[in-house]
Design a protein. Sequence first.
Length: 589
Amino acid sequence: MSTGTILKVSGPLVIAEGMRDANMFDVVRVSEHRLIGEIIEMHGDKASIQVYEETAGLGTGEPVESTGAPLSVELGPGLIGSIFDGIQRPLEKIKEKIGNNLTRGIEVPSLDRDKKWHFVPEVKAGDTVKGGMVLGTVKETDVVNHKILLSPVMSGTIKEINEGDFTVEEAIGTIVNEKGVEEKLTLMQKWPVRKGRPYSKKLSPDVPLVTGQRVVDAMFPIAKGGVAAIPGPFGSGKTVTQHQLAKWAQADIVVYIGCGERGNEMTDVLNEFPELIDPNTGKSLMERTVLIANTSDMPVAAREASIYTGITIAEYFRDMGYSVALMADSTSRWAEALREMSGRLEEMPGEEGYPAYLGSRLAQFYERAGRILTLGTEEEGALSVIGAVSPPGGDISEPVSQATLRIVKVFWGLDSALAYKRHFPAINWLTSYSLYADSLGAWFNANVNTEWTALRGKMMSLLSDEAALDEIVKLVGMDALSPADRIKMEAARSIREDFLHQLAFHEVDTYTSLHKQYLMMKLVIAYYEQSLEAIEKGANVNDLAGLPVREAIGRFKYIKEDDTDTQYDVIIKRLADELSEACDKKEEL
């Protein structure tokens, strides 16, 4: 254990001397207050330390003590439903201990040391085990069956294993490792946050993460184990979109990182999530959620750690064979923390003052996502990462957005103009993209309907054509368009208003199954294609644009799932009848 003294204090950066025996990324305790910090640079016996707590009042000559271990998280029962800060301190436990205001140097274990969990073993004495294998299970919540895994760095023969009620520190058994040394097994393990947890094999991203959000699933889908970015200006709906994805995405576990966002936004999350009912289980959403709260008024350096803390917890549940969705809100604030620390270290700045290694740090974070076979049991697990980006003024040409776009495969570009029109989710269909769309098309065709990719292609084409025709309409008016182009504009309007527009707070419209999405696409395209046929038969385009059945097509999204097939047949028949009447009307004239 290395000890030294403070030489210089510059905001969250502390430089200590006499630290020759310390290592990079060691956790240190700074001053008599025992503030938590991490070594981020070494020069001889001088160590640059980023301190995760307020450094006001620190002076030169105060002691610095290295723990000799890297920044690590505690992994075990008790994670689900908890609210941690950026370095995994349990905020609710701290509140019970000292009240509403965080005190510097407070030491509270991440996982409750007193609570007992009932452990049921799945291995027996004499079994040979290797890292990542399931030793047994703990029923953590009504929803989550917490699998107790052997640490990836351990292997050997089980000497003893017991069923019963244990705290996270008590021995549930012992293992004799390959060197013949006996080691204690507990419900808890530690893992350094900056090191990705190992897995057996990475799988190709060819299964979608179904979200129930039409603009995502139908237009710009994300794969299980995929990475996506949601950039957008203030007020464009990033946070609500992430809430929707957290609530409805087909993920077993949700890890939500509030990284440097406003305190009132995080308060909304903390108030709302316990009240949200998980549609799959009927229980509170918190029974499968881990929250990490590191708001903009909390120490800057802890923002940088919060991203790694969150993804390490997410990897731990992935290793149990679960599908995990991680929401990071927002990586821009994390990058700003990097920029501040880089400036205080007097490093050569890159574009807009961000460090030159911004892109590589972002890549290290996003690359930890993936769909994998787990290390010990070869089960399939997935970790999908969705990062919000908050570019100043909504300008996505700034460095964080551009570095993110080079890494992620899905770009859901939020548009302030759509938000001002009250079109939510305000994902711009002309600028957004998904590089998974082609590889996931085969899955949608096989599991939903063989027409899925064809319908998606027609809708995207209509929206693209509408943008070009809109320029002509602005110049010379709608009357200058041919009847076929008029119908194209009407169909595109129906796609925008009836399909892409989705109310997050409507009890039915908040979630749409893939089958219902397919029927909605089918209705819009049926109106378009059958109207073109009617025009060829001489029908008046104004009559076609004002068909009463269009109201029924628009309100189809509010029909409950059980009635969709019946109502679809009714609307399709109405459409055929009204188009036939429009054609007959022309013949009478």
